[in-house]
Design a protein. Structure first.
Length: 162
């Protein structure tokens, strides 16, 4: 299943790309993330915020499913194309809410516009067979991607001067 949303941000693509590429900014715009943590054991070849870079996120204390794993999810940056300003992030967790997915990845793409940038976020995922019943629920919550992008817009536009 693929869910996608995009938003215009009134800042140059370089500023938007740099903000997106810094995992410490995740809690500023992703409503489900209270904290982002770099994985110290990331492969030596991995560059900060580049291909192979690994990080965890922790959910807010009140989030559903938070009790057993602190709402922790693990991710690895699968690919980065800095020239095209496109990044693919794979979910690597298998516990907590991640147990629902056989595969899940987020694709971010920043493109220039006349007034700044357009950020497109797509989520591609495959549910595990036991959780196929969740597909309609996840489809109905697709507006949450747009909500996060609106938060991203506010965070970037308030943080960076034109």
């Amino acid at each position: 299943m693929r869910l996608e949303a995009s938003i215009a941000i009134h800042r140059p693509p370089e500023i938007v790309w740099a903000f997106l590429g810094n995992i410490s900014n995740l809690p500023k715009w992703d409503r489900g993330v209270a904290r982002a943590i770099e994985v110290q054991e990331a492969p030596a070849a991995a560059q900060p915020e580049g291909t192979g870079y690994e990080f965890h996120t922790e959910a807010h204390a009140h989030s559903p499913g938070n009790a057993h794993h602190n709402g922790r999810m693990a991710y690895r940056i699968a690919s980065v194309d800095t020239e095209a300003q496109r990044c693919v992030v794979d979910l690597t967790s298998r516990t907590g809410n991640a147990r629902f997915f056989r595969r899940a990845q987020w694709i971010f793409h920043v493109t220039p516009t006349l007034s700044g940038s357009r950020v497109t976020c797509a989520v591609d995922f495959t549910l595990r067979p036991a959780y196929f019943f969740l597909a309609p629920v996840l489809y109905l919550t697709r507006s949450s991607i747009q909500s996060d992008l609106e938060n991203l817009k506010r965070a970037i536009e308030s943080a960076a001067a034109p």
